[in-house]
Design a protein around this ligand. Structure first.
Ligand SMILES: Nc1ncnc2c1ncn2[C@@H]1O[C@H](COP(=O)(O)OP(=O)(O)O)[C@@H](O)[C@H]1O
Ligand SMILES: [Mg+2]
Length: 344
């Protein structure tokens, strides 16, 4: 898959990038010709399951790993030829909190500020500014080892921003966080983008890509299997559906017969239950004539649905139809989430 010619000032360009790891006797091809563009000032989400090659892609872009095939530029610079120059333009935050846990949040940020070339006074000002911005002001004098998971991730993000990077790389920034911490981290990321940074993030969460990214690249097996705006991707593969909710099991059976479709799976167990909550779903091309035909069939059958809708396809539908499996196994959703306790 070849994207359009990238804009000259793109934050990240990858063209036919290949990486093989492992040993000479047992080579493991990890990236198999990755093509990607992150336009300046936008958010690109690399969405894919475990083992898809997301972290490897981040390592290539952040000068931690040399690719063997293809071309890469980050902030207009080739990381193979000028790794130090690339590092001056980027910030990186990973899945693991990478800070010194035996120091306070403030000490960590001041040290990183000094390392990035700020003077004493400027490093302190920058550290305090970031701690306030990320809601860590009250915790600034506490050792990082007392921080909760969400606080640690926010500090890690603040650390990545110390040097005012043009391009920010976030490797699964919210994996393992509870929903509340995730939402607050999304807010922070949105603010960073509003201030002009370009963000390259990886995620296993379809909702995260949908919420944050202007462009999404679906990765599987070291390849980009689809790329575009969330709306584009949904439109490309998502089959529209009509969904009817019926008041009772017998109503649902009659509606299904009238529409000559199989009722939703839960019907079997819910057929005797009282109240609403029974659905009948059928594919549609979304045209007025098809929707009218379906509604007329229902009306003739004498069944009145409680409600009906034509829901938009989700990125889940897209991923499933392109790869034959989900980006994240259903039973694994949030299995890794740790409850957020405010250690204090
Ligand atoms: N050093 C390595 N040697 C051999 N295989 C590796 C190495 N690092 C990663 N891999 C393999 O490459 C694939 C992609 O890994 P990774 O980029 O970490 O995926 P993701 O971050 O999407 O979960 C995985 O199958 C992983 O086992
Ligand atoms: Mg990874």
């Amino acid at each position: 898959m070849r994207p359009r010619k990238p804009p000259a000032d793109a934050a990240v360009v990858m063209a036919d990038v290949g990486v093989t790891l492992g040993t000479a006797r047992r080579p493991v091809p990890v990236l198999n010709g990755v093509d990607l563009v992150l336009p300046r000032g936008e958010v690109l989400a690399l969405l894919g399951p475990n083992g898809a090659g997301k972290t490897t892609t981040i390592r290539v872009l952040t000068t931690q790993l040399r690719h063997q095939r293809g071309q890469v530029t980050v902030a207009g610079v080739d990381p193979l030829r000028h790794p130090a120059r690339v590092r001056r333009h980027i910030g990186v935050a990973g899945q693991q909190v990478s800070l010194d846990k035996r120091q306070t949040g403030l000490e960590n940020l001041v040290m990183l500020g000094r390392l990035s070339g700020l003077g004493r006074r400027a490093a302190h000002d920058r550290a305090h500014g970031l701690l306030d911005e990320f809601d860590l002001g009250v915790a600034s004098e506490r050792l990082v080892e007392t921080y909760s998971g969400g606080m640690g991730r926010r500090l890690d993000l603040a650390a990545a921003l110390i040097g005012r990077p043009q391009v920010l790389f976030l490797d699964e920034p919210t994996t393992g966080l509870d929903p509340r911490s995730r939402t607050s981290l999304w807010e922070v990321i949105r603010r960073i983008v509003a201030e002009g940074s370009s963000v390259f993030l990886t995620t296993q969460y379809l909702e995260e890509a949908d919420q944050l990214a202007s462009r999404v690249a679906l990765v599987d097996g070291g390849r980009v299997v689809a790329e575009g705006t969330p709306v584009d991707l949904k439109r490309r593969v998502g089959q529209a559906r009509l969904e009817f909710t019926l008041a009772t099991g017998p109503d649902a059976v009659r509606a299904a017969e009238a529409l000559d479709v199989v009722p939703a799976a839960e019907l079997g167990t819910e057929i005797d239950r009282e109240g609403a909550g029974l659905t009948v779903t059928l594919p549609t091309d979304g045209s007025v004539s098809h929707v009218r035909w379906v509604l007329e069939r229902l009306e003739h059958s004498g069944v009145a649905p409680v409600s009906w809708a034509m829901p938009e396809p989700t990125l889940d539908d897209v991923f499933l139809s392109l790869t034959g499996h989900l980006a994240r196994p259903l039973d694994a959703v949030d299995a890794s989430a740790e409850p957020e306790e405010m250690a204090s």
